[in-house]
Design a protein around this ligand. Structure first.
Ligand code: SAH
Length: 254
């Protein structure tokens, strides 16, 4: 290893540059090498002398090792993720690569810079659905068995959590969202509010409010976050405008 390597792991926020923190912007400006999934990297302005290393989104560990190699060679490396880098994103892959890698990697400077995760941007957009206890689950069975997803969904809904579902659907995973609604209908009332929030804070943003009874799985794609209310979650209807959704801060003893 030569020089003192430096690696920053940066959350870019949900899309709108105004939702990228000044700390993230400063860290990007200090980097000599940027690494990330192509579409995320495309959000960072190109600057002279800065290398962009774009990769596919299924090779997180390879990308993490590449970032660590560059940092070990003395570069100032920034690994970028959308939202927050620690939420279903690159930060864990970097620490996993350090954990199982050359012990010398442990003397690198590694800094994680938080970002606004999709669930926070979505919640703010619709009101205050996360005002009480909530649970965050990825519906992707790419990195865990589908049986674990089913078990967690049923347990979390049964325990009264509001659910925030990341990675609800994609071309390679077309049936998971429908199966999820089937499972939840067995535990929750049909009137439970369901929010489909797609590409929040980006130009093609869309939001739809449904009930669990009539929620259409086809409404979700890979840019969608799905929020499922709890029994306490309320919808405030408004004439000619989108309803607000909130979960009260207080739940009284049953
Ligand atoms: N690290 C990211 C999550 C990456 S997983 C974060 O903290 O937000 C990718 C999933 O995030 C998508 O399938 C979708 O469920 C959600 N997501 C990311 N950006 C989003 C946005 N702008 N609007 C809605 N959901 C989004």
């Amino acid at each position: 290893m030569s020089g003192k390597g430096h690696l920053t792991i940066i959350g870019l926020g949900p899309g709108d540059p105004a939702m990228q923190t000044p700390q993230a912007t400063a860290a990007l400006e200090a980097a000599t090498d940027l690494i990330g999934y192509g579409p995320y990297l495309a959000r960072v302005p190109v600057r002279a002398g800065v290398m962009h290393h774009a990769t596919g989104n299924r090779v997180e560990l390879d990308r993490a090792r590449h970032a660590l190699d560059l940092a070990a060679a003395g570069k100032r490396v920034a690994v970028v993720s959308s939202g927050d880098a620690g939420v279903f994103a690159m930060a864990s892959a970097v620490f996993e690569a350090i954990d199982h890698g050359d012990p010398a990697l442990r003397s690198l400077d590694v800094i994680v810079i938080p970002g606004i995760s999709a669930l926070l941007a979505v919640a703010a957009r619709v009101g205050a659905p996360l005002g009480h206890d909530f649970c965050v689950i990825s519906l992707s069975d790419h990195l865990k068995p589908w049986g674990v997803v089913e078990q967690r969904l049923t347990a979390a809904a049964g325990a009264g959590f509001v659910l925030a579902l990341y990675n609800p659907s994609s071309r390679a995973r077309p049936w998971q969202m429908g199966r999820c609604f089937e499972l939840l209908r067995a535990v929750l009332p049909g009137t439970t509010p369901v929010i489909f929030a797609t590409a929040i804070s980006r130009a093609n943003e869309s939001i739809a409010l449904a009930t669990l009874a009539d929620a259409d799985p086809a409404r979700a794609d890979m840019r969608t976050l799905v929020l499922i209310g709890s029994a306490a979650t309320r919808v405030i209807e408004r004439p000619g405008a989108m309803s607000w959704v909130y979960t009260p801060r207080r739940i009284d003893a049953a």
